[in-house]
Ligand binder design. Sequence first.
Ligand code: TMP
Length: 213
Amino acid sequence: MNDTTRGKFITLEGIDGAGKSSHVAWIVDFLRARGKTIVSTREPGGTPLGEKLRESLLSEAMHAETETLLMFAARREHIAQRIYPALERGDWVVCDRFSDASHAYQGGGKMLDRRRLSVLEQWVHGEGSSQPCEPDLTLLFDVPCEVARQRIALAGRHLDRFEQEEAQFHDRVRHAYLDRAQKFPGRFRVLDGEASLDAVRAQLEKILVDFGA
Ligand code: TMP
């Protein structure tokens, strides 16, 4: 991949109920209005196989390592079929969750060995190859867990397997995300998910323009 023509890879992260998904469409519209060609996608999912795996991952009980391997298997397919080709064409990719979610949920929430996750990440991202697939910008929507829980309860919909986890699980996920943001300050931007919609959008606009949108 030629660095000057390669598109940009933007990921969105946060605990369930952080409000991230309500900003995806706005971000995509904002970038399109600035002349970018956008591929908007999500994980787990993003390909026909990935969407099938998503259904199982969100509903079927399974060993935490099986869950981790399926997340990364879906990701491998996603990178091969959609993300990498889009970036190579010069398109920008906006992805609702990516590998930081595995570090936060499977590493933080399920307390799996971080080194194993890093090995899977390096394998699946193609690290060591001439063109690894790494996010250029990660937007982390941060809210206290109680706020997120109240939002999910208010929405009144069926809860998936991760949303049904106990409060301490989500607390560990949140802190694992914040640890990742501290570890990779170059690509992470932490947004106050408790702020009003307009305030979050103003923060987003500044971040995206500074990023080169
Ligand atoms: P969503 O509700 O944001 O679409 O995400 C689906 C759930 O999958 C969410 O609870 C987080 C979880 N998840 C993981 O546990 N590990 C991962 O690697 C990814 C991408 C998602």
